[in-house]
Design a protein around this ligand. Structure first.
Ligand code: CA
Length: 231
């Protein structure tokens, strides 16, 4: 497509993870630049054009959250977080950090490059509006805690939003009820398995209002829920 390879800034202090990411990005035609600290990452952003930042939450010199805030203060380059703990996922979803997506470790490099492509498609350079014909089935505006499905902005409660945001961040991945509870409830200990089921039911009803036949949330019996990958 584009003759110029897009630069992806990879901020990750664990070399084996960074190596896998860099290899996958290169294979997919991107130009990865690797840094291990927040300070070095911000220096790269000040020096050269970067199409997207892959940002680990746990860095040696700073929290990825602080680095993300600083990136946002400087401009609109898309950010995908890498997280190691569900508590971090909770924070990304709950805080208005302006992150475009996140991936929970462990993830496959292929999953990451798919996400990079999706975010770049969605943000289309400097956050410019994309043509209507290219509209994605799902649009997640994490900064505003809003999700659109097939062009319709969904009216979601806080827990419904957080549940859907978790599923949406990793289409195809099966989340247990416990994982969903940890990510979407402020007080997961007080919630019951059937609380998740009840909220999934409400979510499905809201999605059916937009697309009666699609049913994008899949139940995996005895395991949990996933979002259909081709939904
Ligand atoms: Ca780390």
């Amino acid at each position: 497509m584009s003759p110029v390879r897009q630069t992806i800034l990879v901020v990750e202090d664990e070399a084996p993870i960074a190596d896998a990411i860099r290899y996958a990005l290169k294979t997919e035609g991107f130009e990865p630049v690797w840094r291990t600290t927040g300070r070095e990452a911000l220096a790269v952003l000040a020096e050269q054009p970067v199409a997207l930042v892959v940002l680990d939450v746990g860095l040696p010199d700073a929290s990825g959250f602080d680095v993300c805030r600083e990136i946002r203060r400087r401009g609109s380059v898309p950010v995908i977080f890498l997280t190691a703990r569900s508590a971090e996922v909770d924070k990304i979803v709950g805080l208005e950090l302006g992150a475009d997506d996140y991936l929970a470790k462990p993830f496959s490099p292929r999953e990451l490059t798919a996400r990079v492509r999706a975010v770049l498609r969605r943000t289309n350079g400097n956050g410019a509006a994309k043509p209507a014909e290219a509209a994605a089935v799902w649009q997640h505006d994490a900064a505003r805690c809003r999700i659109s499905y097939r062009g319709n902005a969904l009216e979601l409660t806080r827990n419904e939003y957080r549940l859907l945001a978790v599923l949406l961040a990793a289409p195809g991945r099966v989340f247990s009820r416990d994982q969903l509870m940890q990510a979407a409830w402020d007080d997961p200990g007080a919630a019951l398995d059937r609380t998740v089921d009840a909220h999934i039911k409400l979510l499905r009803a809201k999605l059916r209002e937009t697309a009666p036949e699609a049913d994008p949330i899949v139940t995996h019996r005895g395991l949990g829920y996933a979002l259909r990958e081709d939904s």
